[in-house]
Design a protein around this ligand. Structure first.
Ligand code: CMC
Length: 392
């Protein structure tokens, strides 16, 4: 029989060729189309990064204007979509709602599901990037029992999203530009990360020819897990549970204990064996947001900083090269912005949608593309005769 390479967790299998994102995990480097994440986060805006990921180059001013306009054109969702939301139990986790509602988009936008047509693929991509904030905000509003807020297209992407989340019909809502900039930066930091579990899921789903909306729904399902996108929610829950700085050693000891399944959430990464460059920017963003909101001492931030300090000087963490990842500081920032922990992974999904869709497009355009079909090493019973029920 033919033998296959056994590679659980795909730690040494390249599943594709890609020109979108480069990571050097040992050096802590992350580049999108060659541009360092630090520069994109500092100088760019999220839609510019979306353009870069989709088209491979930074847009000119005219291209940017046109792209922004095209995205804005698609921010509304079909009115009937609202019934999908209200069909869920009130206490449903917003990620459960997102899995269902994003999958449902395929039923509404048949006119952009012919994946052989590059124009339809781009329309589907823009639709997805434009509608995710609307859907995410709807999931939030339903979650807290407030009326849905329609998009306002003269606002930038992040401001529009914050308004859809936090405006109420009875009051004027003014977007705070510092907070909008922080939100935008959080989106940039999560936009793409090469062949992570959810992106590989999107590619695998797409390799069968499934429509892009269904593929993104598959990515959302994968992202939900606490080892992946769910880590931002888990990290903040952990900081809350630790509660006070003096209890940190107890949790460090638990993380090191082989017999305890507990892990420090927001620590460690399959690829980064150095400080996650996104975590540094996220930490800075956390300080900016807390500063703007006049939050002098956030006990959770104090715990996070002290936890990081202890972990980075501890032999266990040094030896295993465990550093804070993007999710370690994002929760503190998102909480300060006003989001409940249950929304954190939804925000990750919103931002990662562009990465998923860019990778999906790249795959469809790849002449070597075939259906993804891993093999296995069979370890079950050898051939045997069926035994009738009466004889067992
Ligand atoms: N706390 C304590 N020990 C850890 C941790 C942690 N957070 N992460 C890894 N280790 C240990 C692990 O026990 C193992 O030890 P040993 O070799 O003695 O068995 C060793 O380090 C290697 O871990 P692994 O699970 O084999 O590594 P992996 O590449 O399969 O997993 C990971 C990577 C991110 C799933 C893992 O580090 C983890 O569970 N971290 C916590 C969850 C988290 O923060 N996830 C967010 C990832 S970044 C955002 C994203 O892209 O989704």
């Amino acid at each position: 029989t033919k033998m296959f390479t056994y590679d659980p967790g795909f730690t040494s299998t390249a599943s594709c060729e890609s020109s979108i994102t480069f990571i050097d995990g040992d050096e802590g480097v992350l580049l999108h189309r060659g541009y360092p994440i630090e520069q994109l986060a500092e100088h760019g805006d999220f839609l510019e990064v979306c353009y870069l990921l989709l088209y491979g180059e930074l847009p000119t001013a005219a291209q940017k204007k046109d792209f922004d306009y095209r995205v804005v054109h698609h921010t509304m969702v079909h009115e009937q979509m609202s019934r999908f939301f209200t069909g869920f139990r009130r206490d449903a986790h917003p990620m459960a709602v997102m899995c269902g509602c994003v999958g449902a988009l395929s039923a509404f936008y048949h006119d952009s599901t012919d994946i052989t047509d590059p124009h339809q693929r781009m329309v589907a991509s823009l639709r997805m990037i434009a509608k995710m904030p609307t859907l995410a905000a709807m999931a939030y509003k339903y979650h807290i029992g407030q009326p849905f807020v329609y998009p306002k297209n003269d606002l930038d992407y992040a401001s529009n999203f914050l308004r859809m989340c936090f405006a109420v019909p009875c009051e004027e809502y003014v977007v705070n530009p510092v907070l909008a900039r922080a939100m935008d930066r959080i989106f940039i930091l999560h936009a793409d990360h090469e062949q992570n579990a959810s992106t590989s899921t999107v590619r695998l789903a797409g390799s069968s020819g499934a429509n892009p909306f269904a593929c993104i729904a598959a990515g959302i399902a994968c992202l939900w897990g606490p080892a992946h996108g769910g880590a931002n929610e888990a990290a903040l829950n952990m900081l809350t549970e630790i509660g006070t700085v003096d209890r940190i050693p107890e949790y460090i000891a638990r993380a090191k204990d082989k017999n305890d399944p507990f892990r420090l959430m927001g620590f460690g990464h399959r690829v980064y064996k150095n400080y996650d460059p996104r975590a540094k920017i996220m930490q800075k963003t956390a300080h900016e947001v807390l500063g703007e909101l006049g939050i002098k001492d956030d006990p959770l931030l104090d715990i996070a900083i002290e936890l990081e300090r202890i972990a980075l000087t501890d032999d266990y963490f040094i030896e295993k090269k465990l550093y804070p990842n993007v999710d370690f500081y994002s929760g503190i920032t998102l909480k300060a912005l006003g989001f409940p922990t249950t929304m954190f992974t939804v925000l990750f999904a919103l931002a990662r949608t562009v990465g998923w869709i860019a990778q999906w497009n790249e795959m469809i355009e790849d002449p070597d593309q075939r259906i993804g079909r891993p093999r296995q090493l069979y370890t079950g019973a050898p051939l045997r005769e069926y035994v009738p029920l009466s004889k067992r």
